[in-house]
Design a binder for this molecule. Structure first.
Ligand code: NAD
Ligand code: UDP
Length: 336
C-alpha cells in the first residue's frame, strides 16, 4: 500500500516507517520537524535500503497538504503528527488544541477531498484516566485530566463522527501504553528536546552521565514497592502493530485497539531491569508525587491479538537494552 505517515520523523513514526518499508509498503512522510530531525528520515532509508518521499510541511497548511495528496497516490494515512507533552499542554493548551485538533481537521478534510478514507490514529492509554480496575479493556469508561489527553479523546470522537457520516471510512484508533526502547540497529530512537519528561529517556541520560540522578515521583502509592506501575512496550512492537492495523482494515468501520504488553512494571522495577541490561548504575532519589500520575495502569491487548494477529514480542529486558544501545551510540541524539 501507499501510506502517508504524518509525524513520520518522530519517535514512533520513524520506527513505523521502517516496519512499513520492510513489509513492502511505500511511504511518504509529512513532518514539520518541530520535535524531530531530518537525520531520522535519512536513517530510515539507511536501515531499510529504501527511499521515502519526505515533505517538511505542517499538516495545518491546507494548500501544501493538498499538493502532497495531488502528487502522491495515497491509499491510507497513519497519523502521528501532534504535540505530546502532558505538562506542557497544561501551560500552553491553545497550542495543543490548535496543533492537534486543527491539524487533524485539515488533514481529514483533504483526505475527504481526495477520497482517501483509511486512517490509523495515534491515541493513548491516557484516555482511560484513572481506571477503577486493571487491565483496562477498550470498552472501559473514558476520562481525561489534561489538554493533551483531551485532544486525544476529542479526536477519537471526531473520527467516530466522520465514520458515522460516511460508512466507507475505515478508522483505527490505537491506544498506546508506554513506548520505550529503540530500533535494534541503534540508528533510530527517542530524541527528546531538553530535559526529558518521560521515565526511560531520563534514565538513559542519567546512565550516560548527562543528568546527576533520577527523581522517582512518589513511593507511597498502593503498589508493592510504592512506585507507579505502567505497561511499557517496545517501540518496534508498537510499530509492527501499525502495520498489522493497516493490513487488517475491514471494509468500513471504527476499531479501537490497546497496544501494550498486558504486563505492568513499577518505576523501581524498570530501574533494576535497566541497570541489569546496561551494566550502568542509575542513582535515584525518592521525590514527591508528580501531579496527575495514575498509580497503576496496564492494558489488556487481547483484542489486537485476536483481530489483528498482533502481540508484543519483546520484554522489559530488551526494551531497556535497546534504549541504552540507542543512547550509548548517539549521546547527542540526532545532533551531530
Ligand atoms: P514525536 O514528537 O517524536 O513525533 C511527533 C512528530 O509529529 C514529530 O516529528 C513532530 O515534528 C511532528 N509534528 C507535530 N506537529 C506537527 C504538525 N502540525 N505538522 C507536521 N508535523 C508535526 O512523538 P511520538 O512519541 O513519536 O508520538 C507520536 C504520536 O503518538 C503522537 O500523536 C503522540 O501523542 C502519540 N502517543 C505517544 C506516546 C508516547 O509516549 N510517545 C504515547 C501515546 C500516544
Ligand atoms: N517517572 C519518574 N521520574 C521521572 C519520569 C517519570 O518517577 O523522571 C515515573 C512517573 O511518575 C510514572 C512513570 O515513571 O509513574 C512513567 O512516566 P512517563 O512520564 O514515562 O509516562 P506516563 O506518565 O505517561 O505514564
Amino acid at each position: 500500500m501507499k501510506i502517508l505517515v504524518t509525524g513520520g520523523a518522530g519517535y514512533i513514526g520513524s520506527h513505523t516507517c521502517v516496519e512499513l518499508l520492510n513489509e513492502g509498503h511505500e511511504v511518504t512522510i509529512v513532518d514539520n520537524l518541530c520535535n524531530s530531525n531530518m537525520e531520522a528520515v535519512n536513517r530510515i532509508e539507511e536501515i531499510t535500503g529504501k527511499e521515502v518521499a519526505f515533505y517538511k510541511v505542517d499538516i495545518r497548511d491546507r494548500e501544501k497538504m493538498g499538493q502532497i495528496f495531488n502528487e502522491n497516490d495515497v491509499d491510507a494515512v497513519i497519523h502521528f503528527a501532534g504535540l505530546k507533552a502532558v505538562g506542557e499542554s497544561c501551560e500552553i493548551p491553545l497550542e495543543y488544541y490548535i496543533n492537534n485538533i486543527s491539524g487533524t481537521l485539515v488533514m481529514l478534510d483533504i483526505m475527504k477531498e481526495h477520497g482517501v478514507k483509511k486512517i490509523v490514529f495515534s491515541s493513548s492509554a491516557t484516555v482511560y484516566g484513572c481506571p477503577e480496575t486493571v487491565p483496562v479493556k477498550e470498552d472501559f469508561p473514558l476520562s481525561v485530566t489534561n489538554p493533551y489527553g483531551r485532544t486525544k479523546l476529542m479526536l477519537e470522537e471526531i473520527l467516530q463522527d466522520v465514520y458515522k457520516s460516511d460508512n466507507e471510512w475505515n478508522v483505527i484508533l490505537l491506544r498506546y501504553f508506554n513506548p520505550i526502547g529503540a530500533h535494534q540497529s541503534g540508528r533510530i530512537g527517542e530524541d527528546p528536546n531538553g530535559i526529558p519528561n518521560n521515565l526511560l529517556p531520563y534514565i538513559t541520560k542519567v546512565a550516560i552521565g548527562e543528568l546527576p540522578q533520577l527523581n522517582v515521583f512518589g513511593d507511597d502509592y498502593p503498589t508493592e514497592d510504592g512506585t507507579c506501575i505502567r505497561d511499557y512496550i517496545h517501540v518496534v512492537d508498537l510499530a509492527r502493530g501499525h502495520v498489522k492495523a493497516i493490513e487488517n482494515m475491514k471494509n468500513g468501520g471504527v476499531e479501537i485497539y490497546n497496544l501494550g504488553t498486558g504486563k505492568g512494571y513499577s518505576v523501581l522495577e524498570v530501574i533494576k531491569n535497566f541497570e541489569e541490561a546496561s551494566g550502568k548504575k542509575v542513582p535515584y532519589k525518592i521525590a514527591d508525587r508528580r501531579q496527575g500520575d495514575v498509580a497503576v495502569i496496564y492494558g489488556d491487548p487481547s483484542k489486537a491479538k485476536k483481530e489483528l494477529g498482533w502481540e508484543a514480542q519483546y520484554g522489559i529486558k530488551e526494551m531497556c537494552r535497546d534504549s541504552w544501545n540507542w543512547q550509548k551510540n548517539n549521546p547527542n541524539g540526532y545532533k551531530k
